[in-house]
Design a protein around this ligand. Structure first.
Ligand code: NAD
Length: 256
């Protein structure tokens, strides 16, 4: 049975994972690490700093905290030979570099979305991409999400761009020439693939990929109605990752 520490253990995802992973029976959630006290412990111990963990008793650190939290988790896991699974989004170049560094010493899996339907949404979008003239993404999340656009929508836009390039297709050019209000056409994430971000209370995590060609359209939609949706993907990543097998797996598509 793998013994786990969850960084960001007091947060919405940390609490959902602590409850869900413990209930699966294959994992022992031994530690919740957070800068604030968790509302519930689910049998784990609380630590306010990752440095206070006993590395010899932890197999995998799961990080759903903040980009700075990811940098600390990556450094600690590399130093102590502990595997790492990262779900935190909004990572910058320096945080990605920290993950690359850690992955030279231990196994690391990082994914912007652990929901299996979201992984398939990206896969199907890449399949459809070369066959349509235009593609735009609308991502919708709860209003406490601090980063935009979502990591999932960035990864989906990149997958669409890769699939188009592989068929020799050019970057998309926005046909709109007049903007009455700045931002109306969303963010140009890669090769002209636009992403529009919606933030509303009541939502969890949702994404629509819209494709259009003359006379037809295709919409691929995924909904996470509850944070439980991320549990199977995190469990797959935790089961796969191994401190003794260094390397960085980005996204869980290859693990399904
Ligand atoms: P949240 O704000 O509810 O929880 C984050 C927790 O991390 C908080 O309790 C906070 O105190 C703690 N924290 C922040 N910095 C820390 C640090 N340096 N050390 C220790 N603890 C720290 O947020 P959330 O909704 O649980 O989401 C957390 C992250 O997970 C976000 O980046 C979110 O986008 C991402 N997320 C990813 C997926 C996925 O499938 N990959 C799914 C949902 C959310």
């Amino acid at each position: 049975m793998k013994v786990l520490a969850i960084v960001g253990g007091a947060g919405r995802m940390g609490q959902a994972l602590a409850r869900g992973l413990s209930a699966l029976g294959d994992f022992n959630v031994a530690a919740l690490v957070d800068t604030r006290e968790p509302p519930a412990l689910f049998g784990a111990h609380f630590f306010s700093r990752i440095e206070d963990l006993d590395a010899s008793s932890i197999d995998v650190v799961i990080d759903f905290s903040s980009p700075d939290g990811v940098a600390s988790s990556a450094a600690w896991c590399a130093t102590h030979g502990v595997a790492l699974v990262v779900g935190t989004t909004g990572l910058g170049d320096e945080h990605r570099a920290a993950l690359e560094m850690a992955s030279k010493r231990v196994g690391v899996v990082a994914a912007a979305n652990f929901a299996l339907g979201a992984v398939l949404c990206e896969r199907f979008a890449a399949m459809a991409a070369p066959y349509f003239e235009r593609a735009e993404i609308i991502e919708l999340h709860h209003d406490a999400k601090i980063d935009a656009p979502s990591g999932t929508s960035i990864a989906t836009a990149q997958a669409i761009a890769r699939a188009r390039r592989a068929k020799g297709l050019e970057a998309l050019i926005d046909p709109t020439t007049s903007h009455t209000f700045e931002g109306a056409r969303g963010a140009d994430v890669v090769d002209g693939v636009k992403v529009h971000s919606v933030r509303l209370p009541g939502l969890v995590a949702h994404q629509e990929v819209h494709f259009g060609s003359r006379g037809e359209g295709l919409t691929i939609r995924h909904d996470s109605y509850d944070r439980e949706s991320f549990l199977p993907g995190v469990a797959i990543a935790v089961a796969h990752v191994d401190a003794k097998r260094p390397g960085l797996v980005l996204g869980i598509d290859s693990l399904l």
